[in-house]
Structures are given as structure tokens and as C-alpha cells.
Design a protein. Structure first.
Length: 122
């Protein structure tokens, strides 16, 4: 990744985290996959909400923040139908917004245990 792309990706990560924090997302983690060979993205940003409504609101807040600040829209979006796990694909950054029990079940952080994980303070 070149310096300009790296800087933009960092801006995107920061904007996504801001969008999550605006709706009081819980246990936000930034998983840096940039050094992992053959990873699907450079970063996973993971959080959870306490209800389906909060999960949906967090995802919408992320979309709003990224569009307003960076004019970015996710390339792909999944999970809005039941709001147990919403995935927003920004190519270099994948956003995972979970309902708490769904997050515990899939344990994304555990799957990428060899990556650098940063916990964002609530």
C-alpha cells in the first residue's frame, strides 16, 4: 500500500470508528490485517450493540459518517434484514456490527488472533 492510500485508509478507519461511537457502539476493536498474507482486507472494525435496533443504527451511522466526511459508500452491505450481524464492505476496510450474542458466537477476533488488535475506549 502506498503512503497516500495508507493515509486515506487511516482516515476511513477513524471515520468508521467515529460513526460507531456516535451511537454508543460497544467493545470497538480495530483488527489490522495489513501484514497478514492473503487477507480479504487491510482492516476489520468490529463492534456490537445491545439490540437489533442499535445494531442497525450503528451501521447507518457509519454509512452516514463515511459519506458525509469522505464521500464513501460501502461497495457491499449485508445483514440489514435481521440486524444480528451487519457487514459493510469498504474494500480495504470491512465493518462488522454485531448483536452481542452473535458476536460472541462467531468470535471474529479469535479467528484473526495473529493480527494486531487495538481496542477503542468507549
Amino acid at each position: 500500500m502506498n503512503k497516500q492510500t495508507e493515509k486515506y485508509t487511516k482516515q476511513l478507519v477513524d471515520t468508521i470508528i467515529e460513526g460507531m461511537q456516535d451511537i454508543k457502539a460497544l467493545n470497538i476493536k480495530c483488527i489490522d490485517l495489513s501484514e497478514i498474507p492473503n487477507s480479504v482486507a487491510d482492516y476489520f472494525i468490529v463492534c456490537h450493540g445491545e439490540s437489533n435496533t442499535q445494531v442497525d443504527s450503528i451501521a447507518k451511522s457509519v454509512e452516514k459518517a463515511t459519506y458525509e466526511q469522505l464521500k464513501e459508500k460501502p461497495l457491499h452491505k449485508e445483514g440489514s434484514d435481521n440486524s444480528l450481524w451487519i457487514l459493510l464492505d469498504y474494500i480495504d476496510v470491512m465493518v462488522h456490527v454485531f448483536y452481542k450474542e452473535t458476536r460472541d458466537y462467531y468470535d471474529i477476533e479469535g479467528l484473526w488472533a495473529d493480527a494486531k488488535v487495538t481496542t477503542i475506549e468507549d
